[in-house]
Design a protein around this ligand. Structure first.
Ligand code: ATP
Ligand code: MG
Length: 557
């Protein structure tokens, strides 16, 4: 408010359409929905759709519904319904009491079908599925009319009722819209709108043995809920004329309109349900919420926040053209979200002992450490320091390479938040591996004491051995490597063998007491980490690395 920065108002193409509809009086309010089919877990692409629909409702003072598109009982499960509700809530897309199920509208859909029959706009057809396909024609050939197309209204009404009453076998008869077999749009060539299928539905049980097809059901669901803008992805563009036909012929007042946008694709990850399912079933990943996946549950477990996903979706924007977004952009968003909010802790992932030979035995000194150098509001904490510390193995080199400023015999470095130490040598095991590094410290150089006697080039972090807590850290890489090809020749996924590294001997300072699932932290130099929600216990903390500190992504790159 205080700075008079001019706000740049740019609207995406959907907002422009909504503005137009409102100004022309097509609608006097905005109502959107997210309509998942409960046949799997939601992924990052769905997050985009959820936040887009919710965001539009919010922006225009309208409402947002969560509606399960559960008209196809074969693949749908209650487990998925529950996970989807949890994910939508977690993302912050509030639907209040507007949780709906398409299956609750089966009667209205049936009534719409009867209305179409009465208007001569639908007919019962006896052709087999193969014959229907054959009659449909293709892009070059117009379709052929079904021999059953001209049944009388009475006959159609009777047969459709018989379909409902279970008189026919599965697939024996279908109800088709009577539109135009020569339409250039194949979706308009008398599409099937109801089929006979004896399936137990997760919500309606065995009440129905006929089920509506998606293209018929979806517009009716939208219309019943007074949706104004039915936002979907591009593959439905060709279905829009059918959508419009259904709401018009079923005589809905103020019918909804469909607007399409491009799906979100990410590089180097697996988004297709089919692939994820296979990874889960083959036990290659730890369920749908394995932190290497991009299901919303997996991102949450990995440590992503709703804020970071919202930032990501905003940055990506909405477009009409399919494209792939760099995974690094998602990482950029979580770094941005956490960097000022989370404390910066000391944790050693690949430990080696450092002994300060001139430091008193059995002494623990408590040092004041800022929780976040860029955000003083996070305050300070006390961090214990002593004679024996753990440092990262890579912070010592017996024979330093060029430009190595960390510990090597004779070199002085700063122990972060503590003292300057000078390396005096190391101990090795029989195989020549370094086991202990030795040094001496200069008590004059205590951090915060104002010491200005000399400068050192290297600063390393540490954890006091006496009070250290042993924890497990899991590091992740992308599960597939796009540069090497996502798929093998046989069509299977080309998996990255290094996608998971488990480090069981990590040490953290004692300030993690009370750390709970999903809590996240910055580990000095090693990245952002989050307490695992599945495997971590107070006695054995398990951290997932959300993201490293360095970024390959730059805004405006
Ligand atoms: P998938 O093929 O990944 O399972 P889907 O489209 O079958 O996705 P639905 O449950 O049918 O999943 O979709 C619910 C909503 O989410 C639809 O409106 C759909 O258009 C949208 N959606 C699905 N995938 C994406 C994506 N990658 N980007 C944006 N929106 C998506
Ligand atoms: Mg689907």
């Amino acid at each position: 408010m205080e700075d008079n920065k001019e706000e740049i108002i740019s609207k995406n193409f959907i907002e422009q359409e909504i503005d137009k509809d409102l100004s022309e009086g097509v609608y006097n309010h905005v109502q959107t929905r997210f309509p998942p089919e409960p046949n799997g877990y939601l992924h990052i692409g769905h997050a985009k759709s959820i936040l887009l629909n919710y965001g539009l409702a919010k922006k225009y003072g309208g409402k947002f519904n969560l509606r399960f598109d559960d008209t196809n009982p074969t693949k749908e499960k209650t487990e998925f319904v529950e996970s989807i509700i949890e994910d939508v809530k977690w993302l912050g897309a509030e639907f209040d009491d507007r949780l709906y199920f398409a299956s609750n509208y089966f009667q209205e859909m049936y009534d719409c079908a009867v209305l179409l029959i009465k208007k001569g706009k639908a007919f019962v057809c006896d052709l087999t599925a193969d014959e229907i396909r054959e009659y449909r024609g293709d892009f070059k050939t117009p379709g052929k009319e079904s021999p059953y197309r001209n049944r009388s209204v009475e006959e159609n009404l009777k047969m459709f009722e018989e379909m409902k009453d279970g008189k026919y076998k599965d697939g024996e008869k279908v109800l088709r819209a009577r539109i135009d077999m020569s339409s250039p749009n194949i979706n308009m060539r008398d599409p099937v709108i109801y089929r006979v299928a004896r399936m137990t539905h997760h919500n309606t049980g065995d009440t129905w043995c006929i089920y509506p097809m998606y293209d018929f059901a979806h517009p009716i669901e939208d219309a019943i809920e007074h949706i104004t803008h039915s936002i979907c992805t591009l593959e439905f563009e060709d279905h829009r004329p059918l959508y419009d036909w259904v709401v018009k012929e079923c005589e809905f007042e103020n019918p909804p309109r469909q607007i399409e946008f491009a799906k979100l694709y990410l590089t180097n990850v697996v988004t297709g349900k089919r692939y994820i399912k296979k990874l889960v079933e083959d036990n290659i990943v730890d369920g749908w919420e394995d932190p290497r996946l991009v299901s919303i549950a997996a991102l949450r477990r990995r440590g992503y926040t709703p804020e970071s996903l919202r930032m990501f979706v905003d940055l990506v924007g909405v477009s009409k053209a399919n494209s792939s977004v760099d995974y690094a952009m998602l990482e950029y968003c979580i770094r941005e979200d956490l960097k000022l909010k989370r404390p910066r802790m000391m944790a050693i992932l690949d430990p080696i002992k450092l002994v300060i030979d001139n430091y008193p035995e059995d002494t623990t000194e408590y040092l004041d450490v800022a929780n976040n150098l860029e955000n003083p509001e996070l305050g300070e904490r006390k961090v214990p320091f002593g004679k024996e510390l753990y440092i990262e193995r890579e912070d010592f080199m017996e024979e330093p390479i060029k430009k190595y400023f960390r510990l090597f015999p004779g070199n002085e470095v700063r122990l972060m938040n503590a003292y300057f130490v000078t390396c005096t040598g190391c101990e090795k095991d029989e195989n020549g591996n370094v086991t202990v590094v030795h040094c001496t410290y200069d008590p004059e150089t205590k951090s915060g004491s104002g010491f200005e006697g000399r400068k050192v080039k290297g600063t390393i972090h540490w954890v006091a051995a006496l009070t250290a807590q042993k924890v497990e850290c899991r590091l992740y890489e992308n599960i597939v490597d796009e540069e090497k090809g996502k798929l093998n020749e046989d069509g299977s996924l080309n998996l990255n063998p290094n996608s998971l590294t488990v480090l069981k001997n990590c040490y953290v300072e004692p300030s993690f007491e009370g750390a709970r699932a999903y809590d996240s932290y910055q580990f000095v130099r090693n990245g952002f980490f989050c307490v695992d929600c599945k495997d971590s216990t107070p006695e054995h903390l398990v951290f997932n690395r959300i993201v490293s500190l360095k970024s390959s992504f730059k805004i405006g790159k």
